[in-house]
Ligand binder design. Structure first.
Ligand code: ACO
Length: 173
């Protein structure tokens, strides 16, 4: 499939919010942009499957989730990196913005669901995704950007400038 330029896509948030300081560091065959309404067909779930077991909900339900995120403006910022020759997704990540009553009505950026296709790992794509999401969080006015990860990923996030703080608690339904 030929590369589809941003101008022909229905994007979840404005592409200008992704800083050019980060996108210019990518190799020329790669392109970083917001998630698009047709990315179900570009391997979005397949890239996420390097992170955990993914159940395909079908295109219609996937599209419903895309619209639900878009209906909450200035909150969800899912980004993808596209391999231009194949028009396929090779890396993904999201930051969502939590608005607080604390900290002078401050906000916090939560980074979620970072995944780089196995064939592209170790080429700084994970780093570029984190740099872009952190910039979106900080440019949204967040006083901190946080995430949960396994022990084995701590060195990666330290390379991205994050520090270990406190603990994660979870209760699964
Ligand atoms: N242990 C030690 N160092 C690491 C690791 C690791 N597991 N992963 C990356 N690094 C280092 C790299 O060597 C590089 O160091 P350098 O600057 O000295 O060369 C630096 O971190 C940046 O690495 P990238 O090349 O950007 O890493 P990559 O593109 O492979 O992305 C990621 C890292 C996202 C962890 C990827 O390997 C992946 O998708 N793994 C499977 C899914 C996963 O675990 N996702 C994260 C879940 S946590 C969350 O979503 C909040």
């Amino acid at each position: 499939m030929p590369f589809t330029p941003d101008s022909e896509l229905d994007l979840l948030f404005p592409a200008e919010l992704i800083p050019s300081e980060v996108t210019k560091l990518l190799p020329s065959e790669l392109h970083m942009r917001p998630l698009a309404s047709t990315d179900y067909h570009r391997g979005h779930l397949s890239v996420l499957s390097v992170l955990t077991v993914v159940t395909d909900p079908g295109e219609e339900a996937w599209r419903g989730q895309f619209e639900a995120q878009r209906a909450a403006p200035r909150t969800y910022y899912p980004i993808v990196i596209i391999d231009k020759p194949s028009d396929r997704i090779v890396a993904v990540g999201t930051v969502f913005i939590e608005r607080k009553f604390l900290r002078g009505l401050g906000c916090v950026g939560h980074i979620e669901d970072i995944a780089v296709d196995k064939s592209q790992q170790g080429k700084k794509l994970g780093l570029r995704v984190i740099q872009a999401l952190t910039a979106i969080s900080e440019n949204s006015g967040c006083y901190k950007t946080i995430l949960n990860c396994s022990d084995s990923n701590i060195p990666f996030y330290e390379k991205c400038g994050f520090q270990k703080k406190e603990n994660e608690m979870a209760k699964y339904a």
